[in-house]
Design a protein around this ligand. Structure first.
Ligand SMILES: [Zn+2]
Length: 250
């Protein structure tokens, strides 16, 4: 069974709900191919020398400006080298999910091809939130296409050459190529839904209405899926900071 660490690589607090700090989920899995990271949160360059859009974003989001939250620092604290991270799978390329890419320039970066195309040719309002500085180093892109595969009943892409299994699960809407990421975890799975669900998987009516304009159409299906599959550990891309503390992460 792989060991999967749950990291928080970016803390923020929104005006609503008040007094609730929110972390950004990154998964660090020990696989047969070395370390694998799912999403990266913010990178060192964001904390230490942010681009203008990141500075504005951090101000609006009331971000915690602590470079120790960067995935690369957490990987080092856990006793590995940054080059031990061989694969990075991204739910999408937004600045708070892909910011850590420059800290792992040798890693193979896996993303749904439509997401990469959305970054090149943004069409939706939320597709302005791609930060060029995250990609200036020339990531080792692995762009994946859909080929009639399913993970449960979701259209999905099994990533080749990664064991235990890792899947990009299509949950488009937040951005044109947004995906969830499912990692095999012994007999079960851990499934990060990224920004296709409300913070902390709040499936109550008010939260769903509040987040609806930004998360796409998948909430009813994911809510039913989570109820039908208690053996699958489902996470949102952003969870309450208290939740991370309970998990033993930062
Ligand atoms: Zn996003």
């Amino acid at each position: 069974m792989p060991i999967i660490h749950i990291l928080n690589c970016f803390s923020k607090s929104l005006p609503w709900p008040p007094h609730r700090e929110i972390g950004a989920v990154c998964l660090l899995a020990e696989t047969n191919q070395g370390l694998l990271l799912v999403d990266t949160g913010l990178g060192l360059h964001d904390y230490e020398k942010p681009a203008r859009m990141m500075r504005d974003f951090m101000r609006v989001m009331r971000a915690v400006k602590d470079p120790e939250l960067a995935a690369v620092r957490q990987v080092t604290r856990l006793g590995w080298k940054p080059t031990d991270v061989r694969h990075i799978i991204l739910t999408h390329l937004h600045l708070d999910h892909a910011g850590g890419l420059p800290d792992f320039p040798k890693a193979q970066v896996h993303v749904y091809r439509r997401e990469y195309e959305a970054y090149l040719h943004p069409r939706k309002i939320l597709e302005v939130a791609y930060n060029q500085a995250d990609f200036a180093h020339g990531p080792q892109w692995n762009l994946h296409e859909l080929h009639n595969e399913k993970w449960y009943d979701f259209d999905a892409i099994r990533l080749p050459g990664i064991e235990p299994e890792a899947w990009l699960v299509l949950l488009t809407g937040h951005t044109s190529g947004h995906c969830g990421v499912a990692l095999r975890n012994g007999p079960g799975w851990i499934f990060c839904c990224g920004d296709s669900v409300p913070v902390n998987l709040q499936f109550d009516f008010v939260s769903v209405m509040l987040y609806r304009p930004t998360i796409g159409p998948h909430v009813p299906r994911l809510k039913a899926f989570s109820e039908a599959h208690p053996e699958i550990r489902i996470l949102a891309g952003h969870m309450w900071l208290d939740w991370f503390k309970k998990e033993g992460s930062q």
